[in-house]
Design a protein around this ligand. Structure first.
Ligand code: DUC
Ligand code: ZN
Ligand code: ZN
Ligand code: ZN
Length: 492
């Protein structure tokens, strides 16, 4: 046979086109896309199905201790298996530095755990919580050279947050090293102040999490992040955008030339604040940060995904079990302040958007591919390898059955959370075969690969928007002096 694998007769989605075609795979890569290819050692019939790039989930938490100190429920095995069953073939979770930890020890630890367990390919973003001299001068530039070309920093959480001075330091470093900084943008003191008042008055139920994390805390911090990005003329990525006002703010800033990218997630399309208002502590199952808001915000997030304000759609999978090991550290006495923040979604991310976006006609299939795969590849340094069906790229492919109807149950999912916030919803469309580097990872509900067969991806520099003349800091006299200041940091 001419090919290792041929996928026959599906609706193949390539850059700007949809064609009935075959996809030929050799040595883990896409060799050719054309009708009527020669024989493959293995053949898969995709008649009546979509053939799409495997998804890239560039925001998920795996075997990671949170900012509040809790270990999440999924390890690199369960998380990658779950991702694969939902059509994702690459994840970029975080390697988290906590205060007093050094970057090399953090990375060695994550590399060892992931290499042993992952079933699909993975990279890491580095969370920076300890920007000391060693980190800034030596370790971060080295990590970026080693293919970890994105960082995440927090504007809230007592144990993780950086102050504005430290954020500027990180942005200057990212500018110099051409890395992308992801920001968790919420105003720390607003949240802290509201939380304190709520607790004093005995308002401890999960729904008060939504009150404490007011949408204004999100938009204020986002505005500050945009200002810092403009001041230093460096792109930033605002992750997990939830509120309507934040989407509008981002849209306006982008129109004025600000290089601010943004991401949203399924919870901001499909959940709202009322989900946190359930009997007893059950609402905790729906608590994440920022929290899901209201119908108007859901609409604005949809609009942002469709008009390009939001470039990526990720899961922000942050799985915690609904017991004392996760959501409820103090049992029945847990207040909203102590609950783990995060919801699971690594497996349902793509099926939910496929069903509610593509199958309803709201979203074009190319937009679906860009939001779930292509834009992640460009922004996180994986272009040419991942996120697109093109000859030469890795054979990362998901075959979607558009007819299949599924009623979601936690028991059918492969993560370790034990519940899903989307229980009972019905969806149309599901990825029935999922392929990573030519290896059939999942077919008809079966996992076909061994743990530890996923590979670490040394990522290239991100492809970021160019500086715009409208971005004032770049053009003023003040701007040129600043620019000179930024050049002072020499290569190590
Ligand atoms: N931030 C995340 O990115 N994920 C879960 C919770 C949080 O605060
Ligand atoms: Zn965050
Ligand atoms: Zn997250
Ligand atoms: Zn079918």
């Amino acid at each position: 046979p001419q090919y290792d694998l041929v996928i026959r007769g599906g609706r193949v989605v390539t850059q700007g086109r949809v064609e009935m075609s075959d996809v030929g795979v050799c040595d883990g890569r896409i060799a050719r896309i054309a009708p009527q290819l020669g024989a493959g050692k293995r053949e898969i019939d995709a008649n009546g199905h979509w053939v799409l790039p495997g998804g890239i989930d560039s925001h998920c938490h795996v075997e990671q201790r949170s900012g509040m100190g809790m270990m999440c429920a999924d390890d690199f095995y369960s998380a990658t298996v779950s991702a694969a069953f939902g059509g994702t073939t690459t994840i970029i979770p975080f390697a988290a530095q906590h205060r007093n930890a050094s970057i090399p020890e953090v990375l060695a630890d994550y590399h060892a755990r992931a290499a042993e367990k992952a079933v699909i390919d993975y990279g890491f973003h580095l969370i920076v919580a300890n920007p000391d001299e060693e980190t800034m001068q030596t370790d971060l530039p080295q990590a970026i050279r080693d293919g970890i070309t994105s960082l995440k920093v927090y504007m809230t959480y007592e144990k993780m947050r950086l102050d504005d001075y430290q954020l500027l330091d990180i942005l200057a470093l990212a500018r110099h090293e051409q890395a992308l900084v992801m920001l968790h943008a919420e105003n720390h003191d607003m949240i802290r102040w509201i939380t304190q008042r709520l607790l004093e008055q005995g308002h401890t139920a999960p729904k008060f999490h939504g009150v404490a994390h007011d949408p204004i805390a999100e938009s204020e911090a986002t505005n500050r992040a945009i200002a810092m990005s403009r001041l230093l003329d460096v792109p930033v990525m605002i992750v997990h955008v939830a509120g309507a006002e934040t989407v509008q703010l981002l849209r306006g800033a982008q129109r004025l030339g600000a290089r601010v990218l943004a991401e949203s997630c399924p919870q901001y399309l499909f959940l709202d604040a009322k989900d946190m208002d359930r009997p007893g502590l059950e609402g905790a199952m729906f608590c994440c940060s920022p929290p899901a808001r209201d119908a108007a915000s859901q609409q604005e997030v949809w609009r942002g995904l469709l008009d390009g304000t939001l470039a990526t759609y990720s899961s922000d999978h942050a799985p915690y079990r609904f017991d004392a090991s996760g959501k409820l550290p103090n049992g029945d006495a847990t207040t909203f302040k102590e609950m783990a923040n995060g919801v699971p979604g690594i497996e349902l991310r793509m099926p939910l958007l496929f069903s509610e976006g593509v199958m309803t006609g709201r979203m074009d299939i190319h937009q679906f591919v860009a939001l779930t795969a292509g834009n992640h590849a460009a922004l996180y340094g994986l272009s040419g390898r991942k996120g697109e069906l093109v000859a030469g790229a890795d054979a990362d492919i998901a075959i979607w059955d558009p007819e299949r109807r599924t009623t979601i149950k936690a028991s059918m999912l492969h993560d370790n959370t034990g519940y899903t916030p989307y229980e009972g919803r019905t969806m149309q469309g599901w990825p029935t075969t999922v392929i990573n580097r030519g290896r059939v990872v999942v077919q008809d509900g079966q996992l076909l690969v061994e743990r530890g067969t996923g590979q670490f991806l040394r990522r290239s520099k991100p492809e970021l928007p160019n500086a715009s003349a409208a971005n004032t800091a770049a053009t003023h006299v003040r701007g040129s002096v600043l620019k000179a200041l930024l050049e002072v940091r020499g290569p190590q």
